[in-house]
Each structure stands twice: as C-alpha cells, then as structure tokens.
Write a protein that binds this ligand. Structure first.
Ligand SMILES: [Fe+2]
Length: 358
C-alpha cells in the first residue's frame, strides 16, 4: 500500500516536471540525482577503502574481487594522514577497510583502536600466526624481505651472509642506506633487537653508521643507484625494488638493478627479516560482512599471485606456491619472529637510531 502511494507520488513528480520551465528543471533534476545516490548505493554493495598502498598496486586486486563477488569498491588513497582522518570521523566514518604496508603503519591503527576484531577461520587458516595480530584486528597479506644488495663487481660471493656482517670493519666507507628512522629500517633494527638484545643491536647500529659511505639519504632504489655510480658497494633494500627496477621502463633503473646482486641474509641462522603489507576492517564499518569477504579474498591464490605479479611480494599464504616472478630467488628462509613483536620493539629501535644518528 505504502509502496503504491510512493510510486504514485513519483509518477506525479515526473508529470509535474514536464510542465516546468527548463530553467527550473535543471536544479530540480540535479537535486533528484543527489537524492537518488544513497538509494542506488545501498542497492549494490560498496566497500570504502582507505589505502596507503598506491592505487596501481591495489586496484587490479580490487577489480578481481569485484569480478568474483559483485561487491564494488571505492578507494581513498593517501600516503599519510588516513589514521588521523579515520579517528576524526569517528563512528560516522564511511571507511570499511584499511590497506597499508608495514607493521609500523598497521599498529598505528591498532593502537588508536580504529580496527575491528575479525573472527574468520579462513584468515586464520591462510595466514601464519606470526603474520597477523594476536587480537585479530590486522592481517598480513604479503611479505617483503629486507635484504642486502651488493655490487656485482666489487663484492665477492659469500662476503656477506648475515645482516650482522654489515658491522665488520672491512665495510668501512662502503655501505649506503636510507635513514634509520624510516619504518623499513626501524623494523629491521627491531628484528635485530629481538634476536640479539638491545645492547648488541646498539653496537651493530654504531658500527653500521661508522661504515656508511655517505649520510643516510634517499629511498631504497637510490641505494642501488649509488652502487651503480660507485659511491658504495653494499646497501640495505627491500627485495621487490630489485624486481621493479629490472622491469622498469627507465633504462637507467634497469642498469641500477644490473649492477647489484641480492643477498638474503641469515639463511644459516634465524632467516632474513620480513615485513608485511596488510590491513584490517574499520571499527565503525557498516559493511563488516562484505569487508571480511574482501580480506578473505586477499589471501586466496588469485590475489596472492597478483601481489607477486604487481610488486614481487611474497604470498603470506604458505599454501600458495611461489609465483614465477619470485622463483628467481628460490625459497628463502625467513625470520619467524611475530610481526607484532616488531611493533612492540619499535620504540627501542628508534632510541638506538637516535643514539647512533643512523
Ligand atoms: Fe616500499
């Protein structure tokens, strides 16, 4: 009955529209369009995603999710400030999911209480416990190895096999890195604190800084460039940059990659340090079921393969076999330290970075 009344009103509305002068019609139809947005939005399921990951890395995965489920996605991308935005928006936030890289960034959301706890047997089965939050509010979807890049010409095979080797006096004036306080290096240092204790980690960082060829600067790729230019012989880098440089459209970047060899350190002991890309569901999401479907899609074979194809990242799901893009490095041994522990030790690592001026 009510519906009939409503449709009669709509018919009358359109009949009246036809009698209106066109100058009046334009704002009226614009207002009608605005009114109609929420109606169509609730008809199709739409997930709003706040992403610190660049759209070209995330969009293909989201498109595959939409193709499989019919659930649409909208992404807000920003390098910084999304946690603050989410916090300010509070319960009225439109965000359903947060996608980001690095445990340091994930833990900002977790520490501010911006993430919902998720109970999902699918996520628990697919993601090893050390790559997800003990509170089930963030999950790692891909792994990123922090490795050593060495000059192919000037560093002998086997000269470096452990991250601890970078403290040896033979590397004096030969190492390049980005700043110690960057999340990638802080996490690496936190992993050394976990393995060796704070005093040994401090000693290591002191020796590393003594061995630097230049003031810490630039991003990870800039370190490979410095090796290519002959400024240094050894650098610390995330592994995927090597793959990205190798297939770069810029000829010079391909040369940077060609100048280096990757060493996955600590293969004979604890394994190399890994960080994650990951995400979680926004605490005030009104689409938690659909958001969980997306998280579960991200650990599926299809999505895990896409991570490798797009950015050479390792599958977090151990049942997914090594994608061809990553097979060139073989299966490496990874540090099994819980990623959450990296976040806990981050202030200790930062203290060491301040003390040593890395
Ligand atoms: Fe990166």
């Amino acid at each position: 009955m009510k519906r009939n009344l409503a449709s009669a009103k709509i018919t009358a509305f359109f009949a009246n529209l036809q009698q209106m002068p066109s100058w009046l019609l334009r704002p009226v139809s614009a207002a009608f369009l605005l009114l109609s947005v929420p109606v169509s939005a609730s008809a199709a399921e739409i997930l709003n995603i706040y992403s610190h990951r660049q759209p070209f890395l995330v969009q293909p995965v989201l498109d595959a999710f939409t193709a499989q489920t019919g659930i649409e996605t909208r992404m807000v991308y920003a390098n910084e400030g999304l946690a603050e935005r989410l916090e300010m928006e509070g319960p009225s936030s439109p965000a359903d999911l947060i996608l980001t890289v690095d445990i340091a960034r994930l833990s900002v959301y977790a520490d501010k209480g911006l993430l919902a706890s998720v109970t999902s047997p699918v996520l628990e089965a697919a993601i090893p416990a050390h790559l997800r939050s003990p509170d089930n509010d963030w999950f790692g979807f891909s792994k990123r190895a922090r490795v050593v890049a060495v000059s192919k010409d000037r560093v002998a095979e086997g000269a470096i096999s452990r991250i601890e080797d970078l403290a040896k006096p033979e590397w004096q004036g030969r190492i390049c890195t980005r700043k110690g306080s960057h999340v990638y290096n802080r996490a690496l240092l936190a992993s050394i604190v976990a393995a060796q204790g704070e005093a040994a980690a401090l000693q290591w960082a002191r020796a590393l800084v003594r061995n630097l060829a230049r003031k810490p600067q630039g991003n990870d790729r800039a370190q490979a460039k410095a090796i290519w230019q002959g400024e240094c012989d050894v650098a610390i880098m995330n592994h995927y940059y090597y793959g990205v440089m190798l297939r770069s459209e810029e000829a010079e970047q391909r040369q940077w990659a060609a100048a280096v060899r990757l060493v996955f350190p600590n293969q004979a002991d604890r394994g190399h340090h890994v960080n994650i890309s990951g995400g979680g569901i926004a605490k005030y999401s009104r689409n938690k079921a659909a958001a969980q479907k997306l998280l579960e899609f991200l650990v599926s074979e299809e999505a895990q393969m896409l991570y490798a194809k797009l950015n050479y990242e390792y599958p977090a799901n151990p049942s997914v076999s090594l994608p061809a893009e990553l097979a060139q490095w073989g299966q490496t041994k990874e540090d099994q330290l819980p990623i959450a522990r990296i976040a806990e030790l981050s202030p200790v690592a930062q203290r060491i970075i301040n003390q040593t001026g890395w």
